[in-house]
Design a protein around this ligand. Structure first.
Ligand code: MG
Ligand code: MG
Length: 259
């Protein structure tokens, strides 16, 4: 049985959700051809620590950085590097915070300069599939309803859904029960209860859904080396409509940057 969070716990998760959201926006301001993902990682780590929080990914199972930085065919869990981003790349930035014993976790795929139309579509569809998943994250539904919503939307555009990785509950631990797959059958999976806090995070491929693990044991690549996108938000399940604890508004409504 998965315990719903208390309102006090949800408030701490909301503070973390706000911080990861603002960290992603801070990183977004720096994304331009020529910048390295190592530099972006430094920006994020400084920003998180300046707000009195800990970058929770750093040291998690030995992960070496504050951010996962996954470029182009890397789906998730890429290491930051000194290689400069190039015009037309996409970079998926996944960010985690730990503040007052609770976790924040969100991700956003940014275009670097101008990207081609097919890539733009991949980004738009992946993000929209996340919102479809959130719409299904209501009390009384099951995790399979979320997965079905994400999968049916993404596949209707000819894209494919990574199955080896999934969303998750979040609280004192970064990854809690239930698992939240991005594919599934309506009415199947764990029951969603009012007050459960979960991360929904579609990982969608432009080509086939096959993936492999890089030799460093972390980076997940698409087998066909086509692009993949990844968007993640933290929500609290409610009756009628989930409430977002993190947001892309700082990235998209700033006015100075357009993603
Ligand atoms: Mg994440
Ligand atoms: Mg996550």
């Amino acid at each position: 049985m998965i315990r719903p969070k208390t309102e006090e716990e949800i408030e701490l998760l909301r503070i973390n959700g706000d911080l990861v959201s603002r960290t992603l926006a801070e990183v977004g301001k720096w994304i331009t051809p020529g910048v390295s993902t190592a530099k972006l990682n430094e920006v994020a780590e400084t920003f998180i620590r300046d707000h009195g929080a800990i970058p929770s990914f750093k040291g998690f199972d030995g992960f070496p950085a504050a951010l996962c930085m996954s470029v182009n065919d890397v789906v998730v869990h890429g290491f930051p590097s000194d290689r400069p981003l190039e015009e037309g790349d996409i970079v998926s930035v996944d960010c985690g915070t730990l503040y007052k014993g609770y976790n924040g976790d969100s991700a956003y795929t940014f275009p670097v300069g101008e990207v081609d139309a097919e890539t733009r579509k991949l980004l738009d569809v992946t993000k929209a599939s996340l919102y479809k998943g959130i719409e299904a994250a209501v009390a009384g539904n099951r995790t399979g309803d979320i997965g079905y919503a994400v999968q049916s939307y993404a596949e209707s555009f000819g894209f494919s859904v990574v199955r080896e990785l999934e969303g998750h509950g979040v609280g004192k631990e970064m990854h809690e029960e239930p698992g939240v797959p991005n594919y599934g059958r309506r009415g199947h999976g764990a029951r969603l209860l009012d007050g459960m806090t979960i991360c929904i995070e579609p990982m969608i491929c432009a080509g086939g859904r096959g993936v492999y693990l890089a030799r460093n044991g972390w980076a997940v690549h698409t087998a066909d080396h086509k692009n993949a996108a990844h968007y993640e938000l933290t929500v609290v399940v409610r009756k009628g409509r989930a409430e977002q604890l993190s947001t892309f508004d700082y990235i998209e409504k700033d006015g100075s940057i357009k993603f």
